[in-house]
Structure formats: C-alpha cells, structure tokens
Design a protein around this ligand. Structure first.
Ligand code: B16
Ligand code: MG
Length: 211
C-alpha cells in the first residue's frame, strides 16, 4: 500500500451528524418520516440523490424546481451548522494519525462526495496534510460510483490497488470495491462484507501503513 484516500464526513470528522440535523429539519417540515436508519442510507450519497431518497417516503411528487429549492434550503441549514466547527470536531485520533502519516511521507488524499469539502477542510485546519483533495465539486457521479477515488488515485499517480480507501458508508465501500481499491471500514462500514480492514479506531491505520 503506497497511499491512503480518506472519506471526509463520518471518517475524519462527524459532520455526518450535522447532515442528519439539516435533513431532519427539512423532512419534519414536509411531514415525511425520517430517522437515523434512513439517514444511514444517505451517507456518501450526493445531496440531490439524498433528497430523492427522502422524498420516496412522501406521497407528494415534487417538481425539479421544488427539489432544487429544498436541496438549497438543506444546504443553508447545514452550512450554518458548519460555521462553528474547529479542529476540535475532528474524529478521535484523526489529527495524530494524519500528522504521523504525513511525517513519514505517505501520500494522503481526501475523496468526498461533499461540495462543502473546501469549507470543512479549512475549518478543521487539515489541508496541509493532503497531497490531493477530490470532492463533490469535481465529479459527475457520486459513490457508489468509483469516480471520486479513481480521480484521487490518478492525481496521486498511484494505481487503485496501491491506495487504501478509508470509509464509513456502505456507498463508499462499494465505490472503493468498484474501483479496485483495498478498503478499511470504520463505524457502520466495518461490518460491510468485502471490507479488507475493519477498524475500531483510525490509529490502526498506522500499523497497516507500516506493513
Ligand atoms: P454536500 P462523504 C458525503 O460526504 C456525505 O456523507 C453525504 O451524507 C452527503 O449527502 C454528501 O457528502 C454530499 O454533501 O451536501 O455537502 O455536497 O461521506 O463522501 O465525505
Ligand atoms: Mg462518509
């Protein structure tokens, strides 16, 4: 393994909780049932695809224009929640792991579906650790399509089989597998079949990277 590609929401930070809060506000306003189980299906999935998954539980058919407004409203709520995040919002051990991997010159990338990646990375102060960042602004197909990870591997000048993807979401694990990447799963993704490395903590990456 030559390089590591990290998912962002749910792996390096818990902004996944803010996605949940913002979608919950929208779903409650529309009187659509929404809980953490539905929210788990939205992990790694693009904003508009997430909205379509939520609206499947509504008897009402929304126009494209209405959907665009709902997605924009959700994003405004989400971005307001992001305003106060700092490096304290990093996942446990993330800073130490990134610092150590960077110090031993392991090329590092972020591969995220989120169009808010630049804001989150800036707020967390972790940009300096990454050689490459590919996010939702640069891709046409979100996870489980492997595009985001393939683009990151290409920019790292590495073959997919030499880059370890770290994911928290089923859609992300599938994207990695579809692209031919080995994958480490953390959180709910550690139970996904096909995960090569189920992680209890990010610090286990230091052991994996040293082999
Ligand atoms: P945005 P990841 C994903 O980020 C989130 O997991 C997913 O819940 C969200 O819908 C998606 O980004 C798009 O986010 O609305 O900010 O563009 O897990 O791929 O880092
Ligand atoms: Mg994620």
């Amino acid at each position: 393994m030559n390089a590591i590609i990290f998912d962002l929401d749910g792996v390096l930070c818990h902004t996944d909780e803010y996605h949940y809060m913002a979608w919950k506000t929208i779903a409650d306003e529309l009187d659509i049932p929404f809980n953490r189980k539905v929210n788990d299906q939205l992990r790694g999935v693009s904003r508009m695809e997430s909205l379509n998954l939520i609206l499947r539980n509504s008897p009402i058919r929304y126009t494209e224009q209405e959907k665009n407004l709902l997605a924009e409203k959700k994003n405004n709520i989400y971005r307001n929640l992001l305003q106060n995040i700092t490096s304290k919002d990093l996942a446990e051990g993330a800073w130490t792991v990134l610092e150590k991997l960077h110090t031993v010159h392991i090329p590092l990338a972020i591969g995220s579906s989120s169009k808010n990646t630049p804001l989150i990375v800036e707020k967390l102060g972790i940009g300096k650790f990454f050689d490459v960042i590919v996010d939702g602004n640069q891709i046409s197909h979100s996870k489980p399509n492997p595009e985001v990870f393939l683009s990151a591997a290409e920019k790292l000048h590495q073959k997919p089989s030499d880059c370890l993807v770290v994911e928290d979401a089923e859609a992300g694990v599938k994207a990695a597998i579809n692209g031919g990447f080995p994958v480490a799963g953390i959180g709910t993704a550690k139970a996904c079949p096909d995960v090569n490395y189920p992680l209890l903590s990010l610090s286990e990456l230091l052991t994996i990277a040293s082999h």
